[in-house]
Structures are given as C-alpha cells and as structure tokens.
Write a protein that binds this ligand. Sequence first.
Ligand SMILES: CCCCCCCCC/C=C/C(=O)SCCNC(=O)CCNC(=O)[C@H](O)C(C)(C)COP(=O)(O)OP(=O)(O)OC[C@H]1O[C@@H](n2cnc3c(N)ncnc32)[C@H](O)[C@@H]1OP(=O)(O)O
Ligand SMILES: NC(=O)C1=CN([C@@H]2O[C@H](COP(=O)(O)OP(=O)(O)OC[C@H]3O[C@@H](n4cnc5c(N)ncnc54)[C@H](OP(=O)(O)O)[C@@H]3O)[C@@H](O)[C@H]2O)C=CC1
Length: 279
Amino acid sequence: MFDKTLLANKRILVTGGGSGLGASMSRRFAELGAELIICGRRLEQLEQTAAQLRADFGGKVSVARCDIRDAAAVEAMMETIWCDGPLDVLVNNAAATFIAQSEHLSARAADAILAPTLHGAMYCTLEAGRRWIAGHHKGVVLSILSTSTITGRAFTVPSAMAKSGLLAMTKSLAVEWGPRGIRTVAIAPGPFPTTGATGQLRPETRDSGPAAQNPLGRVGKHSELANLASFLISDQAGYINGEMVVQDGGAHLRASGAEDLLQWSDAQWAAQRAARTKT
Ligand SMILES: CCCCCCCCC/C=C/C(=O)SCCNC(=O)CCNC(=O)[C@H](O)C(C)(C)COP(=O)(O)OP(=O)(O)OC[C@H]1O[C@@H](n2cnc3c(N)ncnc32)[C@H](O)[C@@H]1OP(=O)(O)O
Ligand SMILES: NC(=O)C1=CN([C@@H]2O[C@H](COP(=O)(O)OP(=O)(O)OC[C@H]3O[C@@H](n4cnc5c(N)ncnc54)[C@H](OP(=O)(O)O)[C@@H]3O)[C@@H](O)[C@H]2O)C=CC1
C-alpha cells in the first residue's frame, strides 16, 4: 500500500505502544522505516513488543517506562529522548476507560480516567511541542480519540470528556503551532478488538457486540488503523492539520455504542460494580 520508506528517518514516540492498537501502529511504523520509542507502565510488556519489532524489521526500537499521569516523569522521558535527537512524531495513544453509571463515579474514579487520557496526553504534547519550537524542528502530533467526541457516550462520560478535550487541543494547536511547523491530527476509531478495550468495556453480560451493530457488519482491523495512522503522520499528509478522521465503518452515524446499556437493570449494574470490586 505504501512505499516501504514512507516513514524512513522519522523518530516516533507511541504512548501505550507496548500493547493493543499502540503496538499495532508501532509495528506498521517500524515496517515503514521509522525509529520507534514506545512507552507505558509495564516494562516487561514494552520489552517484549520492542524485541519482536527488532526481530521482524531490524530497526531501532527503544522503550521508556513512563506513567504519563506524572508530568515530571513525562518531562524526564522527553529529556532522555531528546538527548539522542529530536522526535519527529508523537502519537498520543495511551488511555483508560471503564463502563459505569455516572452517579456511582467517585472523584477518584473520574480522575483515574481523566489523568492518563486527557492530562497525560496534554503533558506529552506540551513537552514535545516546546522542544520542537525551541529547536525550530517540524513535528506531528497524532492523537487517538473516539467517536464519543461527536456523539457523546453514556456510561463512559470521563472518557468522552477527555477525548473531546483532546479534539479541542488538536484543533486549537493546529492554528497556534501550525505556523511553527507542527501539525496536529487525530483518528476517531470505532470498535477495534484489544484486550484493554474488551476487558474494560465489554463484560460477558453485554449484548451481541459491536460487529452486529456496525453498518459494515464487522469490527475494525488493526492493520486498517495502522495504515491510516502511517499516512497521517507521513509527509504525504503534510497539508492535513487540525483534522480528526473517523474510522468506524459508519457506526457513529447509527448509534453512540452505549444503547444496549440503557436497558441494563439496577441488578446488572450492581453485578458490574461487584465484579470490579472483586478484581
Ligand atoms: C459505535 C461503537 C463505538 C464503540 C467504540 C468504543 C470507544 C471507546 C473509546 C475509548 C476506549 C478506550 O480507551 S479502550 C482502553 C482501555 N484500556 C484501559 O483502560 C487500560 C488502562 N486501564 C487502567 O490503567 C486501569 O484499569 C484504570 C481504568 C485506570 C483504573 O486503574 P487505577 O489503578 O488508576 O485505578 P484504581 O486505583 O484501581 O481505582 C481508582 C478509582 O476508580 C474506580 N474504578 C476503577 N475501575 C473501575 C471500574 N471498572 N468500574 C468502576 N469504578 C472503577 C475505583 O473504584 C477507584 O475509585 P474509589 O473506589 O473511589 O477509590
Ligand atoms: N480499541 C478500541 O476499540 C478503541 C480504542 N480507542 C483508543 O485507542 C487507544 C488504544 O486503545 P487500546 O489499544 O484498545 O487500549 P489498551 O488498553 O489495549 O492499551 C492502552 C495502552 O496505554 C498504556 N497506558 C495506560 N495508562 C497509561 C499510563 N498512565 N501511562 C502510560 N501508558 C499507559 C497501556 O500500557 P501500560 O498498562 O503498560 O501502562 C497500554 O499499552 C486509546 O486511546 C483508546 O482510547 C478509541 C476507540 C476505540
């Protein structure tokens, strides 16, 4: 689909690159010639993914253990990265969510979602952006958002709020940082099966699942998202700025994805809360 050198000479940080969609994007970027840094909290998971990428593609892949909720840790990570030269691309992929009735969310629970998803992505963006501007270096920020930015989404309100905040960041910085040579772009994925998303959003008691409700009758393939991400961060997309591309098979045009949860009984919600308490 792409020239194998599409991302040659690009140095890319993927937050949450050790697993899920972050690992799938990293894989495609490595295949297209990029140098990668992947970060997350679980070092062993990062090392395993990095080793596989090196074995498969032979390029340079580094890992950074970093909890992006911690602004000082993000700054330290960026300092270390910049010691070897500037990044060219930041992919804000790491995030957290779970389903819950909003009236049962404690402040701690709301913060557990907002801290990595909104604050963490903003810390990463600010630390990369200020270094790009100081060094007169071009950069791209790609943020992985959600169609909740368009529809809102019941029962995952902190996630919808965080993703909508990042969409505002994407549009705002496109104007503020565009003149400094920095593009900000985003993808709003529909359902793409991952351990994290399935574990947090689709307990076994939920309905038949997103494939049945999708206009195209299926969920997304990781390769499809990885290819769109590769294009958006490449120089081929050099005139796309401040834009969010939806990749969901048309699902959000039909429903927000939370409709089945509106039918849940109090007993089902109590069971869901209890299941969380036991883990
Ligand atoms: C059209 C179709 C399109 C469909 C398309 C769907 C699009 C969805 C868009 C987004 C998708 C994703 O982000 S998918 C990515 C999902 N991946 C992840 O979430 C992985 C990362 N997750 C994590 O790190 C954790 O699981 C995280 C959620 C942050 C919680 O861990 P923490 O250690 O930070 O939190 P804890 O200390 O355990 O708990 C903090 C508080 O949160 C509460 N809490 C924690 N988990 C809870 C839970 N499941 N239910 C209720 N409450 C919970 C606890 O009770 C605590 O509150 P108190 O009791 O008051 O103390
Ligand atoms: N899968 C889907 O259907 C959809 C996903 N998305 C978005 O796509 C992105 C990837 O989701 P997905 O792959 O499914 O999720 P996963 O849960 O599989 O992956 C999340 C990644 O983020 C990392 N992470 C979480 N919290 C932190 C933190 N505090 N600091 C650093 N890293 C962190 C995790 O690593 P570790 O635990 O080691 O820290 C993990 O690698 C997210 O932004 C999500 O909102 C959007 C719509 C739909």
